[in-house]
Design a protein around this ligand. Sequence first.
Ligand code: NOJ
Length: 559
Amino acid sequence: MPMTDPLWYKDAVFYEVHVKAFFDGNDDGIGDFPGLTQKLDYLQWLGVNCIWLLPFFPSPLRDDGYDVADYLGVFADYGTLEDVRRFLDEAHRRGMRVIADLVLNHTSDQHPWFLESRSSPQSPKREYYVWSDTDKKYEKARIIFIDTEKSNWTWDPVAQAYYWHRFFSHQPDLNYDHPDLRRAMLDVLSFWLDQGLDGFRCDAVPYLFEREGTICENLPETHAYLKEVRKRIDEAYRGRILLAEANQWPADVRPYFGDGDEFHMAFHFPLMPRLFMGLRSEDWHPIVDMFIHTPPIPETCQWCLFLRNHDELTLEMCSGEERDYMYYAYARDPQMRRNIGIARRLAPLLDNDRRRIELLNSLVFTLPGSPIIYYGDEIGMGDNVHLGDRNGVRTPMQWSADRNGGFSKADAAALYLPVIADSLFGYQTANVEAQQQTPHSLLHWMRRLIAVRKRHRAFGRGTIEFLRPRNEKVLAYLRRHGEDVLLLVHNLAGSAQAVELEIRQFKGAVPIELFGESRFPAVGEAPYMLSLAPYGYYWFQLQRTTAGEPTYGIEDSLI
Ligand code: NOJ
């Protein structure tokens, strides 16, 4: 992929990683930038195009770095600014880009701005945060972290006032009505882009402004500010991107793309649980319905599709009935539940069933959008539901069967979190080294998936048409880009299925299966008949041939 294409993110494969979790370069038990830099060859080998780094800024780590105490620094255990620059250079040298979290909505209560703000009503930073004499304002706003928070207001004994927070009570919300604050955050953005970052995953964007009588989400003022942020990118940093974390219904996410003048990308949150639902219920309706409710987006924009990330598998964009179904299907043990969601990794969610892991990955790699892989899921890493908060899915990357999974040479007790060590998902079994040595491993399969996807722009840029076969267990769709026509077929069922596809419009075309390059019988007048193994899938390119028999090799060509 040329590093000069301003629309690079439309074809890119993303990889989400936490610096602390990837590789420990100085043997202190915590991953760091020098360690991450050492592992860039691995990510290049895997074929990812863009790395998303979770927050790596100074922080008391009460929300794993989403509680920022200094926007312009680097958390000392992760390295120095120099280490970050070296890492960015090395990633770029390998043709990879790097985006990082920009936590716009709130800071840590240890941020100097907050300390100053709370110190006195006369403080010049007072208005950087949202203060009130009463906790009865903005009552329509929901509480997001329902496991720990009872209110969005917390009394501050120092300030003798309540402050507003949408997340943990130690994360006061910034006040975007204040022009100095708005400018300060734009400077933060420029600072990191000047260091060489290729963009940002913008955290919690729906909540920037508060207005009485509203739910304080997705307000017009929020969009106006985010357009200013985009303007800064377009003016001085072309080719860099903004990716929105807006856990909302597609109709409410759509405005975050603006007219191509707000975000380049946004996660598709509601699709994610429906992939799991479609699989469990062996029915394509939940998935196709979600696309019916997904409005078109500007051509320069892109969805970001994911199966898992560092948070719980969120069920916020689900009905009560759907939630119950998801808990029943994927989190019977209450220990697996966090807030409104399920804190588990992909492989355990799917009972470590390689066929289902492949199937869901195949969906996020072929539906409209750019896929993102959560670190460790490419080797089927497990989780530890007994760790608090969402830590169970943030354990050290498993590199080998060596001590601490090859992640660190420190004493096991010094690791920031224990490595997964159970007999099914533990580092002794699930690790990069072993899977690199096994040609049919999940890791090799993921690498191939990435490589095959990259051969066709239709995956990132093509149109989508769902075929809606009568067999509701088989999800089939076409992706088209120019002359390139791809046919994707997925058996959501745990039993073999036959399906008839109405594709006679491609009569004469020969489906070429993209992983093995094998030719299938040409499409004729009758419905195209396929049989699929349990959880089987096909990626076809429909190759139009000139009339007559398809030719093979050099036959019929001019020699
Ligand atoms: C969303 C992040 O993904 C999550 O990890 C964090 O706790 C909240 N935003 C608050 O910043």
